[in-house]
Each structure stands twice: as structure tokens, then as C-alpha cells.
Design a protein around this ligand. Structure first.
Ligand code: SER
Length: 367
């Protein structure tokens, strides 16, 4: 709410989250970022009644170009389903405006300590580096230049894209991998990427060609879960108020304590993450099936059920964790409440079938 209010105060239109299934866009499996619902505006195929916007977008990164599924449960920061805070400019402000807003929001509104913040820019983006230095007062040694893997963002294989600049927070040596080479850009949890500012400048076509967008645009994205972690003084997204009730629910169902065993923790975290993904996918009309989006959902349910088995759960349980997701998030997303009984039935049915298959398979294997 404070994010939305901050940008509203600065003239942005608050735009509601779109669903997880992108409308009329066959190039994407799921909405993987806040900019997806604005793709047509970036490409100038569509106009809206505003030139700047802000949203809190539900996103899914499992399957397709941005796929975090295998990391879930193993790191403190990855999710399949998450909520992305973003501000957007469609031909209005560009690099300087985006950098000023982001820095002001984090350091003045959220009061994050400046001495723990780092920024990255695309290796050739001198302009962004200069703005960070001159407008935000970030010193040279805190501005790191990285290549396309980290600092060039694309929505999918085709579509809007551009160089980007990230703001990271140093969570301290204890949060990291401890390797001597650990620095900004390392994959561990020490330098947590908080906010990505994309300077949308190109459209990538099927033949991989980049053509300039009609006007330079801004697309930013910051995970609500990561910001919560930092503001609540935690080291893991799963320890924040967004996840604790889910973690407790899984502890109660399985009688396994969170925080006592590394592998059990992976399972508990994966189930908590997947329960949110399952509930929201079903809310947005995806049901388990053998192809496309339905197949991704089926894999997520089976993956969660398998982690449940690791915790000793042999009966369907996931639908109960889903009920907790609805309770936790239903106020903000009334559509979740409306879909509650469908979510429960569809998840339980899928779990039952999977457990039966597993029992049969394991018996055969024993024989
Ligand atoms: N599209 C960019 C991202 O997902 C910024 O929102 O990181």
C-alpha cells in the first residue's frame, strides 16, 4: 500500500493486477512480470488514459523463459508465485526519473540504510552510472557493471526488452556462500537483488533482431516478499509475515519442526511456495492437465505432494495449506475467496490420484 501510495502521490495511476494467464499473448505461458499487461502500450499498439502507472502484480515464474522452480525451497528468495511491485513510464520519465524515485522510496520512505545498498548497471551504460552518482549520490565503488545475463531484461524470447539497473542490499557475510569470490552478482543470498529498473528501449523480433521502441519507457519490478524480508529484519522470505502462517500450518499438519533440519526445511518452504502458486493458478482458471499451463500446475502439485511425503505425509494435505493461503490473502484478492471451494476440490482430487499412483508404483518397485 505504501508503494502504491508513494507513486500515486507522484502522479501515477494505480492499475490493478492482471491475472496469471496473459490475455491474448501466445508468446508467454504465465504473467512473469508487472510489465506484461502493458506490453501493447510499450509497443505503441495500445494507448491508455495515463502515461505513468504503478501496480502490485501477481506473477508466476515456473516454465518458460523466467523459471525459478528448481531454486524454490533451496534459496531464501526464490518463488514460483510472487507479488511484484512496479512503476511504469510510457514515454514519460526515463532513466533519471526511475533512478530518483527508486532511491527516494527505498532510502527516505522505507528508510533502508544507504551504506548497505549497491547498484548494478549494464556494462556499457555510462549514462545510468552517471545518474546514480550525480542524482542519487552513490559512490563509484558501489556501482557495479555487469553483462547481459544480469543487466539486460527481456520479457520472453520476443517482445519489449532493454538494459537494466538493479538495487541490491548487502545482507551480511552470514547470509552468503562464504566463497572468497563472493561479490555483487554472486548467486547466493548475500547481495539480495531488491529492485530492477528496466530501461525499455527495444522490441525483440522472432529473428532475434532488436528494433527501437517508439519511445523509451520504464518498467520496474521489486518483489514484495524480498522487501518484506528486509523491512521485517529477516534473512529469508519464508520467515516474513507473508509466509509464517503457512509454515506453521505445514508444521502442524506434518508434526515436523521448521528450522531443525535443512532438508525438511527445503520441503516445508517448497510446499508453502507451491500452495500459493496452486491457489492463484486455479483462481485464474488453470486446472491440472497434461499439457501447457495445466501441466505446469500438475507438476507443481506433484512436487509439493512429493515434498509432503518427505515430511511423512501420506494422505492429501495440500488442499489444507491452500485453505490457509485463501485465509491469508483473500482480503486483498477477493477472487481467491470466490474460488476457494474449486481450489480445495481440484487440489485434493489431484493429490489423491498422485498418491495412488505413487503407492502402486512403489509396490511394483518393491516386488
Ligand atoms: N520486468 C522487470 C523484471 O521482471 C522489471 O519489472 O525484473
Amino acid at each position: 500500500k505504501r508503494f502504491l501510495d508513494y507513486f500515486k502521490k507522484n502522479g501515477h495511476a494505480i492499475v490493478p493486477s492482471s491475472g496469471l494467464v496473459p490475455k491474448g499473448d501466445p508468446t508467454l505461458l504465465f504473467t512473469n512480470a508487472g510489465m506484461v499487461q502493458f506490453k501493447g502500450v510499450f509497443l505503441n499498439e495500445e494507448t491508455r488514459g495515463y502515461k505513468t502507472a504503478v501496480s502490485c502484480q501477481r506473477c508466476m515464474r515456473a516454465g518458460g523463459k523466467h523459471n525459478d522452480l528448481e531454486n524454490v525451497g533451496r534459496t531464501a528468495r526464490h518463488h514460483t508465485f510472487f507479488e511484484m511491485l512496479g512503476n511504469f513510464s510510457f514515454g514519460d520519465y526515463f532513466k533519471e526519473g526511475a533512478i530518483k524515485y527508486a532511491w527516494d522510496f527505498l532510502t527516505n520512505e522505507m528508510r533502508l540504510p544507504k551504506d548497505k545498498l549497491w547498484v548494478t548497471v549494464f556494462e556499457t551504460d555510462d549514462e545510468a552510472a552517471t545518474i546514480w552518482k550525480k542524482s542519487a549520490g552513490v559512490s563509484d565503488d558501489r556501482i557495479v557493471r555487469l553483462g547481459a545475463k544480469d543487466n539486460f531484461w527481456s520479457m520472453g524470447d520476443t517482445g519489449p526488452c532493454g538494459p537494466c539497473s538493479e538495487i541490491l542490499i548487502d545482507q551480511g557475510v552470514e547470509a552468503g556462500c562464504g566463497e572468497p569470490a563472493c561479490a555483487v552478482g554472486c548467486d547466493c543470498d548475500r547481495y539480495l537483488e531488491l529492485w530492477n529498473l528496466v530501461f525499455m528501449q527495444y522490441n525483440r523480433s522472432v529473428d532475434d533482431k532488436l528494433s527501437p521502441l517508439p519511445s523509451p519507457c520504464i518498467d520496474t519490478g521489486m518483489g514484495l516478499e524480498r522487501l518484506s524480508t528486509v523491512l521485517q529484519g529477516k534473512k529469508s522470505n519464508y520467515d516474513t509475515a507473508l509466509f509464517s502462517p503457512l509454515i506453521h500450518c505445514i508444521e502442524t499438519l506434518s508434526s515436523v519442526k521448521y528450522g531443525a533440519d535443512r532438508e525438511n526445511d527445503v520441503s516445508i518452504k517448497a510446499i508453502a511456495d507451491h500452495a500459493r502458486a496452486i491457489a492463484f493458478l486455479m483462481t485464474d482458471g488453470v486446472l491440472p492437465s497434461n499439457e501447457g499451463r495445466g501441466y505446469v500446475l500438475r507438476r507443481i502439485i506433484r512436487r509439493a505432494a512429493r515434498h509432503g511425503r518427505f515430511l511423512g505425509l501420506k494422505e492429501p494435505f495440500l488442499y489444507k495449506v491452500n485453505a490457509m493461503v485463501v485465509e491469508l490473502m483473500g482480503e486483498i484478492y477477493p477472487e481467491l475467496k470466490a474460488a476457494a471451494s474449486l481450489i480445495s476440490r481440484a487440489t485434493k482430487g489431484e493429490e489423491e490420484r498422485f498418491f495412488e499412483t505413487l503407492e502402486r508404483g512403489l509396490a511394483l518397485l518393491e516386488e
